[in-house]
Design a protein around this ligand. Structure first.
Ligand SMILES: [Zn+2]
Length: 138
């Protein structure tokens, strides 16, 4: 028997029920208050079930739903709305590899050499950005 979802207006909640396909459209007694619940389509669940702004399902297990995944706590703190501390582990900062370090070292040496050449040609650091003809000649 397939599982169908029903909405109880009294509890403002969703409950599920195993039923033969032929009886799916009939109303069903709510698992909490036993009043009549009406069948809802799965796509409309998110619109119905909200607790503190978070979708829930009945019976309420005290959990929250984050982007369709069950979590134990609400998303608070410095997490962005589409992230959750229980689902998104903080990404460790990538450390540069040996190769990258070497490239950076070479670039630094290159700059130092360039600065040395500039100094040797008599261009003072503050003037380096100026066009050649505007620089003070020795
Ligand atoms: Zn109910």
């Amino acid at each position: 028997m397939p599982l169908y979802e029903y909405y109880c207006e009294n509890c403002d909640g969703i409950f599920e029920m195993l039923r033969p396909i032929a009886r799916a459209a009939e109303s069903a007694p709510c698992v909490v208050c036993e009043r009549t619940g009406e069948r809802i389509m799965p796509t409309s669940i998110a619109a119905f079930t909200l607790r503190d702004g978070y979708p829930r399902k009945l019976p309420d297990r005290g959990t929250y739903w984050h982007l369709g995944k069950e979590v134990k706590s609400r998303n608070k703190g410095r997490f962005k709305p589409f992230q959750h501390p229980e689902l998104d582990k903080p990404v460790p900062r990538r450390r540069p590899s040996k190769g990258e370090k070497q490239v950076a070292d070479e670039k630094r040496q290159e700059r130092r050499k360039e600065a040395g050449k500039m100094a040797a040609s008599g261009v003072r650091p503050a003037e380096r950005h100026l066009p050649r003809k505007l620089r003070n000649k020795k």
